[in-house]
Design a protein around this ligand. Structure first.
Ligand code: ADP
Ligand code: MG
Length: 403
């Protein structure tokens, strides 16, 4: 059984885009006055439909700022072109007013202001052209009430600005809320790990303290050389546990994208979580871990792995191991976290990622939601493969980078 969290969003996007493309094709084919004498105008119309459709179809794959600007430019050219090609279809004018609405879909503030500004300039030029050159010949409905049309246009831009302002504010608030949840979930995780870490540090400290007490009594101990290296080893262990712990506990003000060495991160996360697993005699085994790299923020990537491995430990029976593999498969890095624990039913898997969904008495049910968000942020995916009572395999995939 396998589920993909981002599938639903993709389905919705592609079905909307297909409706838009179908409508554009209908406009091109059905009862088109230019269809009878194929000329430059009709070909331009066709090329623009093709370009606009391609941009919309490839957008989910590339999602770059550059592509968004291209989409706005192609869409504007498309709507202005059909306005000029089909002067009798007066409703084309409505599309011109609503061009900036496209950038609302992208929630990009700079792009919105850019398209609002460009559209206002274009409309001013268009109205000047109609008033002075065309003189109402092809566009009588605009010329006859020029002032009324200008006011309507300004009104439509104000409405768009208002819609953008409201929805953008709401989105920002939601983002802030999510950041706070992410932070508090990490504090909770670090709090839980702290108990295991403290336990782990106490052992080396007891050893070192024991030796020091011994020396206090007897200064001529012949074994002291050997004991010193033992003490240093123990203190090194404690130091390592503390630094691994601190590397996830520090606040993430700057979530910079870095080249992350997956093998190193897995090693450090495993070392840290092994202390947590020891509480119930669970071990984490790194198997077949290849050298591979991804582009992400190290702390966020660690948080994702910790959440998933911690879930695997918590689902495991006393004494069982959690196996982790990591390898490069074509242009992807694939990490598997395999447990032989309680597993999940289909319904339980479908609820994964829903905020506050947890079957644990002390769970928050936020871990998986955060994992899915981090994965999506760095163009990764998380798949679950689980059988109730048998165990779970979580497959995490990220685009591979060259080290
Ligand atoms: P929490 O760990 O706080 O409960 P999560 O979002 O991390 O919240 O997980 C949600 C739920 O998904 C868990 O309560 C658990 O029931 C289920 N789950 C997650 N991973 C596994 C797994 N490896 N095996 C079995 N159940 C799991
Ligand atoms: Mg969890």
């Amino acid at each position: 059984m396998e589920i993909n969290y981002t599938k639903i969003n993709h389905k919705l996007y592609y079905s909307t885009v297909l409706v838009v493309i179908t409508l554009m094709l209908l406009g091109l084919i059905v009862d088109n006055p230019l269809l009878h004498h194929l000329g430059v105008g009709y070909i331009t119309h066709g090329v623009l439909v093709f370009l606009f459709s391609t941009c919309l179809l490839i957008y989910p794959k590339y999602k770059s700022h550059f592509l968004r600007i291209i989409i706005i430019i192609v869409a504007s050219t498309y709507f202005y072109t059909i306005f000029f090609l089909y002067p009798n279809t007066w409703s084309n004018f409505i599309f011109l007013c609503f061009i900036p609405a496209i950038s609302i879909l992208f929630f990009d503030i700079r792009l919105f202001y850019f398209s609002l500004l460009v559209n206002t300039f274009s409309i001013i030029s268009l109205f000047s052209y109609i008033a002075m050159v065309d003189q109402g010949h092809l566009y009588p409905y605009i010329r006859e009430d020029l002032i009324g049309n200008i006011i309507n246009f300004l009104g439509s831009q104000a409405i768009l600005y208002f819609i953008f302002y409201l929805s953008y504010g709401r989105l920002k608030k939601q983002q802030l809320y999510y950041e706070q949840i992410k932070q508090s979930e990490r504090l909770k995780t670090t709090g839980q790990l702290a108990a295991a870490v403290a336990h782990e540090i106490r052992n080396p400290l007891t050893v070192v303290k024991g030796f020091l007490q011994l020396y206090e009594k007897d200064n001529n101990n012949v074994n002291s050389k050997r004991h010193y290296s033992l003490m240093i080893d123990e203190l090194n262990t404690a130091e390592q546990v503390i630094s691994q712990f601190l590397s996830i506990a520090k606040p993430d003000k700057d979530t910079q994208i870095e080249l992350v060495n997956v093998k190193n991160v897995l090693q450090s996360v495993t070392d840290l979580l092994n202390t947590y697993g020891l509480l119930h005699d669970n071990k984490i085994v790194l198997e077949r871990v290849e050298d591979c790299y991804i582009a992400a923020n190290t702390i966020e990537f660690k948080q994702l792995l910790i959440n998933i491995i911690k879930n695997a430990i918590e689902a495991s029976k006393v004494g069982d191991s959690v196996v982790i593999t990591a390898e490069r498969k074509k242009d992807l890095v694939e990490i598997n976290v395999i447990d032989r624990g309680q597993g999940m039913s289909k319904e339980e898997m479908n609820s994964l990622g829903t905020p506050f969904y947890s079957l644990k008495s002390k769970g928050t049910g936020l871990g998986m939601m955060i994992c899915f968000n981090i994965a999506t942020k760095y163009k990764g995916t998380i798949h679950f493969d689980s059988v109730k009572g048998k165990g779970t395999t979580v497959t995490i995939r990220f685009p591979a980078k060259l080290g």
